[in-house]
Design a protein around this ligand. Sequence first.
Ligand SMILES: Nc1nc2c(ncn2[C@@H]2O[C@H](COP(=O)(O)OP(=O)(O)OP(=O)(O)O)[C@@H](O)[C@H]2O)c(=O)[nH]1
Ligand SMILES: [Mg+2]
Length: 153
Amino acid sequence: MTIHCDVCVKVVNIPDTNVSVELFIHDVGGNDAFQEYLPRYLESATSFIILYDITNAESFKSMARWLQLAQKASSSKQLLGCLVASKVDQTARRVVSAKQGEDLARAVGLMYFECSSATNTDVDAPFYFISSAIHDLYEETVKSVSRAAGVPE
Ligand SMILES: Nc1nc2c(ncn2[C@@H]2O[C@H](COP(=O)(O)OP(=O)(O)OP(=O)(O)O)[C@@H](O)[C@H]2O)c(=O)[nH]1
Ligand SMILES: [Mg+2]
C-alpha cells in the first residue's frame, strides 16, 4: 500500500529511438484515507497512468472517479495517459474482462494496457507510451514556439 504519495524519477529510453525522457513520478495511494491531498499531488501532472486490479470489481468501478480527478487536474481536454489493467497473472481470479477495460479506455480516449508486476509482464509498455507522448508534445511545443519567434526550420 502506498501511504499518501511516493515520488521517484525514472529515465525511460524509448525503444528503437535515441530519445530518453526523464519522468518525475507521483505515485499516489488509492486508499480512501489519502484522498484529501490528492488534488495537490495531481495538479502539476502532464500525464497519467491510471491502474486498476482485474481481480477486484470495486477497483474497476473506482476508475470513473480517478478519471474525473485526472481530468480535473489536466490542462487539456484530452487526457494524456493510459489505463492499465494489473494482475493479469491472476487468470482464475479475474472479474474484469479485457473488453470492459478496452471499452472504458476507448470511451475516454486513452490507450489500454495489461500488465503483471508479479510476473514482470508488460510493465514497461505504459511508461514507453507516456514517455513517447510527452516527447511528441515537447517537440510540437518547441516547433510552435520557434515558428512564433520566426526561427527558420
Ligand atoms: N498477483 C499479483 N499481485 C500483485 C500484482 N501487483 C501487485 N500485487 C500485489 O497486490 C498488493 C497491492 O500491491 P500494491 O503495489 O501495494 O498496490 P497499489 O496499487 O500500489 O496500492 P495503493 O498504492 O494502496 O493504491 C500487494 O500484495 C502486491 O504484491 C500483480 O501484478 N500480480
Ligand atoms: Mg501504490
